[in-house]
Design a protein around this ligand. Structure first.
Ligand code: NAD
Length: 378
């Protein structure tokens, strides 16, 4: 059951195509700041409730990133592991056809779980507008060589995570140079974050994947760690280093912990083991707000997910407005630096954790423009 509150959702759409066997949902949460932005996920269990929660997260993420986008999310019920690629594309096509009345006017799609650039090509071709989705292939352009798709592989989110960390550390009068870093997960976000931290003179001491942690207090060469993962299946095949259980990434001796894989990485059983002074949430919901509060009381600075990992949606906006990859990186840096600084200043002023400060800013931005929201009493 979708819950409605002071902000939305504004539109709850269930779509069905009997011929193709396509069933899906679109939740447009709030469009006060612009058309709702959010990915399409394809899983056998995707539900309206799950999509609605993700759409709300997008409302706050876009508002905090200061983008002219609202929040939305959509889902197609199907198991990509059991259907053919051709069937998958038929479902995407039927889904795109069904959303035409509201896309791109009220909804701008993007890839999410089990969706990538080729699916976006099908979605956009069916819709007829290049603004109907972002995350398109780089050879899909508004005119030859201009306004092309910006693929996920460029690493905008990891780049933004790095900048969020840099701003936080410098806000407290420190420098990234010489800081020790632990990174959970070496996928798209983790790898690019590792690259930028290394280039800034920080020392990567721990990197994890689902099979374990590789730890070396003297430093790890992330390129070689990545090679070990790609060639031999896990970061734990890198040497020299100590191999630890996956979950030990949380209690490592590192100044900064970057989360870049699973939800609920930090939980009630390991929260007390944290030694890092900074946690940068590259992944979504790596811990509950209640755990962030416990860490705040201990003086640990947690840069929340919707602040730190907004690089991806900022890159989407760059693509939507026809920018080139170099311009996209400049925009990600500018927005992450500006908004993370605002959040740090607000939190200092209010003596609250960063998530509370970020929510305050995001809510204010939405309320300022929202004609359908109920104004909250403070
Ligand atoms: P990805 O699939 O590219 O990489 C995930 C990595 O995590 C893989 O290398 C995998 O081996 C590793 N992993 C899996 N289980 C693990 C475990 N238990 N411990 C440690 N590592 C584990 O995914 P991604 O795109 O890098 O996304 C990572 C997280 O960041 C997700 O929570 C995602 O929702 C979030 N996020 C990603 C983006 C983006 O643009 N990629 C944007 C915003 C948020």
């Amino acid at each position: 059951m979708v819950e409605f509150d002071d902000f939305g959702p504004e539109k709850v759409l269930e779509v069905y195509n009997a011929k193709v066997g396509m069933r899906g949902f679109l939740i447009v949460d709030n469009t006060a700041l612009g058309p709702g932005k959010g990915g399409i996920r394809m899983t056998p269990s995707v539900s309206m409730d799950e999509v609605a929660k993700l759409a709300r997260t997008m409302t706050w993420k876009c508002a905090l990133a200061d983008l002219p986008f609202g929040g939305a999310k959509s889902g197609i019920i199907a198991d990509p592991k059991v259907i053919t690629k051709q069937k998958k594309m038929e479902l995407v096509k039927a889904f795109s056809e069904a959303l035409k009345p509201v896309c791109p006017s009220l909804y701008v799609a993007a890839p999410d779980m089990n969706m990538a650039e080729e699916e976006m090509r099908t979605f956009v071709t069916t819709n007829g507008s290049l603004q109907s989705a972002t995350g398109k292939p780089s050879n899909m352009c508004m005119s030859p060589g201009k306004g092309c798709g910006i693929p996920h592989e460029l690493g905008s989110t990891g780049f933004g995570v790095f900048h969020a960390a840099k701003v936080a550390v410098e806000f407290y009068g420190e420098s990234l140079k010489g800081k020790t870093i632990a990174i959970e997960g070496l996928g798209n976000v983790g790898t690019f974050a590792a690259q930028y931290f290394s280039e800034a003179g920080a020392t990567l001491v721990g990197i994890s994947d689902s099979k374990g942690v590789i730890y070396n207090a003297q430093g790890l060469d992330y390129k070689k760690v990545l090679q070990a993962k790609q060639k031999m299946g896990s970061v734990t095949n890198y040497q020299p280093g100590k191999i630890l259980p996956t979950t030990d990434i949380v209690g490592l001796n590192a100044d900064i912990l970057v989360t870049a894989a699973i939800p609920d990485l930090v939980n009630s059983s390991n929260v007390q083991s944290i030694k890092s002074k900074y946690i940068i949430e590259g992944s979504n919901i790596p811990m509950t707000a209640a755990l962030e509060q416990i860490l705040f009381k201990k003086g640990i600075i947690v840069v929340p997910d919707f602040v730190a990992n907004a690089g991806g949606v900022i890159s989407s906006y760059a693509e939507y407005t026809g920018k080139k990859p170099e311009e996209m990186f400049k925009l990600v840096e500018k927005k992450i630096v500006k908004n993370t600084t605002l959040v740090l200043e607000q939190a200092k002023k209010d003596d609250t954790k960063l998530r509370d400060a970020a929510m305050k800013i995001a809510i204010e931005r939405v309320l300022k423009k929202c004609k359908t929201c109920r104004t909250l009493k403070s």
